[in-house]
Write a protein that binds this ligand. Structure first.
Ligand SMILES: [Zn+2]
Ligand SMILES: [Zn+2]
Length: 370
């Protein structure tokens, strides 16, 4: 079948929208008609060439939502017409990690996914017979994608796919980080570093958990204003000469916050998030993704005096379990996803999505397919 998709042809070059071939789903696979897809920082990171494990040609995109078009042999949990959110972080339920309940890092398709293939070691995308690799196991900057059944979360059909697609990565990372990874306790104090998509998701998660104080740090006054609308009780505008850690310690009776979240991907900010966590039991959760090879320095005294540090890919969310729950909370009016979507683009405007992100214009651009 023919489809239009945005292909990374070379690092640092704009994506090229073109017609490709997509093969039918094989055993355990599902063909999804993509309806909407957010443009996320990880797409830009790979496009730029900064990711040493990146490759091309491939179809980028990993924040997708769509409708099941066709299922391969052996697929039991999905059928044509089901609405789904694509998961770069699958949940097979059967591997040693999934069974442990301790982590969301499913091992089932990990190796081939990292190579840009489906679990059988081959891609389904091609161009005149030349294989084109998948990206993050999703490749949703495309009209269609073929994905393993275990990497699709079935959601309530009444949810607008254009709104909930951002739960495929950014929004869930923040929300789940606060709700399920850190398990923020009621009446606690929280500090969130970074008020982009992930940080704002964390603010909402902290509020839903009943935090009494949510302090948000960001360099942008606009983003801090937005953080207030989403539940921040205090904001700190970061910049030269501003000691955000000292201000947070001051605001929390001289101890630091019960929970801190890092949502910038900058190791210097990660260090601040550790230091702003409360002596005795403060829990710092790292949600941002640092560049490969970068190192986080922590003074051991911060740990020996009781602070804890953890991280969570996708905020620790178990995709097939937690994402449908977040969609339900959106439908119940508990999570305002629409407010995060600042720009709506067509597939042909995908590169504009990168430009907007680099300019920090808005929170999220979403590509809407016809
Ligand atoms: Zn992402
Ligand atoms: Zn698994």
């Amino acid at each position: 079948m023919k489809m239009r998709a945005a292909v990374l042809e070379a690092f640092g070059k704009p994506l090229v929208v073109q017609e490709l071939d997509i093969a039918p789903p094989r055993e355990g696979e599902v063909l999804v008609k993509v309806h909407a897809c957010g443009v996320c920082h990880t797409d830009l990171y790979t496009q730029s060439g900064a990711d040493p494990s990146g490759y091309f040609p491939c179809v980028l995109g990993h924040e997708g939502a769509g409708v099941v078009e066709e299922v391969g042999a052996g697929v039991t949990s999905l059928k044509p017409g089901d609405h789904v959110i694509t998961l770069f972080s699958p949940e097979c339920g059967g591997c040693i990690h999934c069974k442990s309940g301790k982590t969301n890092i499913c091992l089932k398709i990990r190796e081939q996914q990292g190579k840009g293939c489906l679990p059988d070691g081959t891609p389904r995308i091609s161009r005149n017979g030349e294989p084109i690799r998948h990206f993050m196991g999703t490749s949703t900057f495309a009209e269609y994608t073929v994905m393993p059944e275990v990497a699709l979360a079935k959601i309530d059909k009444s949810a607008n796919l254009e709104s909930v697609c951002i739960l495929a990565c950014g929004a869930t990372t923040g929300l789940a980080g606060a709700m399920w990874k850190a398990e923020v306790a009621p009446d606690s104090t929280c500090a969130v570093f970074g008020a982009g998509m992930v940080g704002l998701g964390a603010v909402v998660g902290c509020k839903l958990q009943g935090a009494s104080r949510i302090i948000v740090v960001d360099m942008s006054a606009d983003r801090l204003e937005m953080a207030k609308q989403y539940g921040a009780t205090d904001v700190i505008q970061a910049g030269p000469g501003v000691d955000a850690v000292a201000q947070i310690v001051d605001m929390t009776d001289g101890f630091g916050a019960d929970y801190t979240f890092e949502a910038t991907g900058l190791v210097s900010v990660m260090g601040q998030a550790v230091e702003a966590a409360r002596m005795g039991w403060g829990l710092c959760t790292i949600l941002g993704v640092a560049g490969k090879g970068e190192k986080l320095e922590i003074i051991p005294r911060f740990l020996i005096t009781g602070r804890k540090v953890q991280g969570g890919s996708f905020g620790g969310a178990k995709g097939r379990t937690h994402v449908p729950q977040l969609v339900d909370m959106y439908l119940e009016g508990k999570i305002d996803l629409d407010g995060f979507i600042s720009h709506r683009l067509t597939l042909d405007e995908v590169n504009k999505g990168f430009d907007l992100m680099e300019a920090q214009d808005g929170i999220r651009s979403v590509i809407k397919f016809d």
